[in-house]
Design a protein around this ligand. Structure first.
Ligand code: SF4
Length: 379
C-alpha cells in the first residue's frame, strides 16, 4: 500500500513530482487535517475492497512530498487508523519518507512506536553548494543529524537517497558524498542520476546557459563508481539504482518491480488490482473535493491485457539484477518467455545488453546503464 503526502517545505529546483510547497496551495495545519481526513475516508472505502479480496497488506509506504512535514498528531492518527482498517501482515515493512530537518527525535520516536519499521531519508548530496544548486532546503549537517536521530529513535532499517550527475558536480564531489554516506552504514542506499525535467527551475537554468548539464561520460563513470564502492562496502546491487545490505532490500519496491497488486491512497496515487490500473486526481484540492462529494477520486482506469502485463513484467523485472525467471514467467502466463519475446531477447543479447544466467534473463553490466534501450524492445 502506498500513501501519498503531497506537501513539502519548498519545491526543489529539479522536482516535477506531485508535491506542493505548503505556501503555494495555502496549506495551513487545518488544510493538512482536511487532507488526512480525506485520505482516511478513502482508506475506509479501499479497506472494504481489500477485505473482500481476502488479501493482506505486506508493505506500507508513506511517501511524498515530505510525510514527516506533517505534525506528529496527524502522522500518528493516519498510521494508527490505517493499521486498524487494513489486514496488515505481522512482519509488514512500514516505510516512512523523510527529508532532513523535518523530523525531530520526538516525531521519529513516535513513528517507530506506532510501527514504522523503515525510514527513507532524502539526503541527495553531502555537499552544501550542490544542495543549494538543487534548491534543497537543508544542509549536509542536517542530513547527518537526521540520520543519527533516526538511529537514536530506534530505526534499524534506514535508506539514504542520493542524486548524482548534478550540474557542476565533479567525480571527487560524488565520491566524497558516497564515502561519507557509506561511513554512516545505512542499511540501504538509492543512487539516481539527476533527470532534468522540463519546466523546472533547474531545467530553465540549463536551457538559458546559466548551468551546464553533467557530461554523459562523467555520469556513466559516477554510476560505475557507486556500483563499485558500494559493492566493496558490502551493499548488494539488487536493482539498477538500489543497493542494500543482505536482507534489507526494499520489499515495497520489489512488489512494483514484480508487478504484484498494490493500492495507492491519496492525491495522484495509483493502484494495480486484477490487471486494472486506477489513478487518483493529482492535485490535493481536486482530490479532496472528489473524495468529499463522491467518495472516490479515481480519474483514470486502464485495464491491462495479458500482453500488456507480460511486457510490463519484463520491463520492470529486468530492473532487478536477479532479472526475470523463465519458469516464473511460464507459471504466471502459461507461455514461455522465449516464445513471447524471442526477438527482443535475441536483439538484447546480441547487443550486449541482456544475458541468460541459467533460467534467468538479466541486464548485463553494460545493459544496466542503457536499460531503456534494452527494455523498449519489450514494449
Ligand atoms: S523534497 Fe522531494 S518531493 Fe519535495 S519538492 Fe523536493 S524533490 Fe520534490
Amino acid at each position: 500500500m502506498y500513501i501519498h503526502i503531497p506537501f513539502c517545505v519548498k519545491k526543489c529546483d529539479y522536482c516535477d513530482f506531485n508535491s506542493y510547497a505548503i505556501g503555494s496551495v495555502n496549506e495551513s495545519e487545518k488544510a493538512l487535517c482536511r487532507y488526512i481526513e480525506a485520505l482516511l475516508e478513502e482508506a475506509r472505502i479501499q479497506s472494504e475492497a481489500v477485505t473482500e479480496l481476502g488479501a493482506q497488506v505486506s508493505t506500507v509506504y508513506l511517501g511524498g512530498g515530505t510525510p514527516t512535514y506533517l505534525p506528529e498528531i496527524l502522522l500518528s492518527s493516519l498510521l494508527t487508523e490505517v493499521f486498524r482498517l487494513f489486514p496488515i501482515a505481522d512482519n509488514a515493512e512500514i516505510t516512512v519518507e523523510s527529508n532532513p530537518g523535518t523530523a525531530t527525535y520526538r516525531k521519529l520516536r513516535c513513528l517507530r512506536d506506532i510501527g514504522a519499521t523503515r525510514l527513507s531519508i532524502g539526503v541527495q548530496s553531502l555537499n552544501d553548494s550542490l544542495l543549494a544548486r538543487l534548491g534543497r532546503v537543508h544542509s549536509a549537517s542536517d542530513s547527518i543529524q537526521t540520520f543519527h536521530l533516526a538511529r537514536e529513535a530506534g530505526f534499524d532499517n534506514i535508506n539514504i537517497d542520493l542524486i548524482y550527475a548534478i550540474p557542476g558536480q565533479t567525480m571527487d564531489d560524488w565520491e566524497e558524498t558516497l564515502d561519507s554516506v557509506i561511513g554512516l552504514r545505512p542499511e540501504h542506499i538509492s543512487a539516481y542520476g539527476l533527470m532534468l525535467e522540463e519546466g523546472t527551475p533547474l531545467w530553465r537554468k540549463v536551457k538559458s546557459g546559466t548551468l551546464a548539464v553533467c557530461d554523459e561520460d562523467l555520469e556513466i563513470d559516477m554510476y560505475y563508481s557507486a556500483k563499485e564502492k558500494l559493492s566493496l562496502a558490502g551493499y548488494q546491487h539488487y536493482e539498477i539504482s538500489n543497493f542494500a545490505m543482505l536482507g534489507y532490500e526494499c520489499r515495497h519496491n520489489i512488489i512494483y518491480w514484480r508487478l504484484e497488486p498494490y493500492i495507492g491512497l491519496g492525491a495522484g496515487a495509483h493502484s494495480y488490482v486484477k490487471r486494472e490500473i486506477r489513478s487518483n486526481l493529482a492535485h490535493p484540492q481536486d482530490y479532496l473535493r472528489s473524495i468529499k462529494s463522491v467518495g472516490s477520486s479515481v480519474c483514470e482506469r486502464e485495464v491491462f491485457s495479458k500482453a500488456d502485463e507480460m511486457s510490463t513484467v519484463m520491463i520492470l523485472g529486468l530492473r532487478m539484477t536477479c532479472g526475470v525467471g523463465e519458469s516464473e514467467f511460464h507459471r504466471r502466463f502459461g507461455i514461455s518467455m522465449r516464445d513471447a519475446f524471442g526477438e527482443a531477447i535475441a536483439k538484447g543479447v546480441a547487443n550486449g545488453l541482456l544475458k541468460w544466467d541459467g533460467d534467468r534473463l538479466k541486464l548485463t553490466r553494460y545493459g544496466l546503464m542503457l536499460s531503456n534501450e534494452a527494455m523498449q524492445e519489450f514494449l
